[in-house]
Design a protein around this ligand. Structure first.
Ligand code: ZN
Length: 78
């Protein structure tokens, strides 16, 4: 069993404090978190709501759809 799409996909997280220096994180890691500390400026970044929360939720849904499509393809080849 390989990695899920969410484990392979990295999302650019925007820090409200230092937007230009924000950071890439694996989507699977982000899905399990409410917030994270910005590695650049130590500000608390909210991952549940706002712009980051919306992007994480949308991408999580898309990744789940990709995994579903791939598993359907695999089943149809059995
Ligand atoms: Zn920052």
């Amino acid at each position: 069993m390989g990695l899920s799409t969410a484990e392979r996909v990295f999302l650019f997280v925007r820090c409200p404090n230092c937007e230009t220096k924000s950071v890439d994180k694996p989507l699977a890691w982000l899905i399990g978190k409410d917030e994270m500390i910005c590695p650049n400026c130590r500000a608390l970044i909210n991952l549940e709501s706002g712009d980051n929360g919306l992007r994480i939720q949308k991408l999580a849904r898309t990744c789940a759809e990709i995994d579903q499509s791939i598993s359907e393809l695999d089943e149809s080849r059995l």
